[in-house]
Ligand binder design. Sequence first.
Ligand code: GLP
Length: 241
Amino acid sequence: MSIEIVADAPAVATRAADIICASVRANPRAVLGLPTGGTPIAAYTEIARRVAAGDADLSRATVFAVDEFASATAATPGTNADFFRRFVTFPLGALHCPDPAAADPDAHIRAFAAQLRAAGGCDLCVLGIGENGHVAFNEPGSARDSRARAVALTETSRQAHAANFGAIDRVPARGMTLGIADLAESRSLLVLAHGAHKAAIVRAAIDGPATPEVPASLLRDHPHLTWLLDRAAAADLAVSG
Ligand code: GLP
């Protein structure tokens, strides 16, 4: 596991864009897993800027979203499908998002994970971390060997998305996610976090015990895992002192 600590949120965005663009430069047909959430937005904006300037080209890369809400429609503001439309604006070879309207979310996300495996798996999977330690929608209690599945979302996660959906009652109670074992099959993993509100959970995920109670901690044995943090998110780590 490597831990890269940069000054602030804009520096996380720049460095994340560097890592994502380098992966696609090395393999223009790279398969990327990408997260939603507030954390990666500035990195996507930076990639869009580089693409517009002719400094990056993701037009042959394939992107798989790592999770989605269930019981919504792709047009519902707040879904990950909506997020990708709004923030991942640069041309891609293909973008695969689970369908939030899937009648059988469990079967749908299992088929989605099979589609990812058929595409060769992720060369690079980028993740955020929820304040409760979730990665994608692997909420606390997710096992190391968990696979793609429909999940009940915690109150913490629903609350974090209330603004995007307009109100907490509009946030779906269920989601679909690649499992911890699916994420760990990626050839490399990049976890992003910035801000003081992430410091405690980043510390738990990196310095605490590897436990399903902090799903991000279960990724730590991955041979190519990088944590990219700003100083505020890294403030409680043993290494940052
Ligand atoms: C969301 C998503 C995750 C995301 C995480 C962190 O609920 N399901 O994929 O990484 O929570 O979100 P944020 O970046 O807004 O803190």
